[in-house]
Design a protein around this ligand. Sequence first.
Ligand code: 5GP
Ligand code: MG
Length: 172
Amino acid sequence: MPKPKVLISEDSIKQRIATLSQEITKAASEDIVIVVLLKGAFIFTADLLRSLSDSGLQPEVEFMTLSSYGSGTKSSGHVRVHGDIPLELDGKTVLIVDDILETGNTLVKARQLLSQSGASDVKICVLLQKRITATPEIQADFVGFEIDDHFVVGYGLDYDNRYRELPYIGLL
Ligand code: 5GP
Ligand code: MG
């Protein structure tokens, strides 16, 4: 397999997560529930959570698995929900964490499901946001990096379930 070219280095990610977690801590209530969108956001959230803990936040953590890509490099537009969704969210403030915001279909679906589970406020944090020509259907409250419209892998993001282990964001 070819080694992806570095787009965002391991160091830049570390530094950005440190400032991002301060932004989140300032804005968030203490009893926040973080909902991790699997699979892509697992590495980002693991680092973000520990950084949030450094800034004094002790969130609950839930997981939800959604997919829109299948095995290709283009969004299918159809978001599939796999497995359980967090149910006990009555009146809670939720922060959805995802790897990347492109069309927004995934996050629209996630927000809808979590509101149905009783969340009173749903905020969104993404590591990456793509600059695309179409306006995404949803805004993220916290964005790590804006990137041009490339297909990226690494740091949790895959191509056909590969490359998630890379410590940086790379271009195939
Ligand atoms: P959206 O629903 O906003 O169009 O797409 C978001 C989802 O598509 C992300 O959660 C991610 O799983 C996947 N995705 C979008 N762009 C990329 C990309 O450049 N690389 C990878 N690996 N996944 C992407
Ligand atoms: Mg995803």
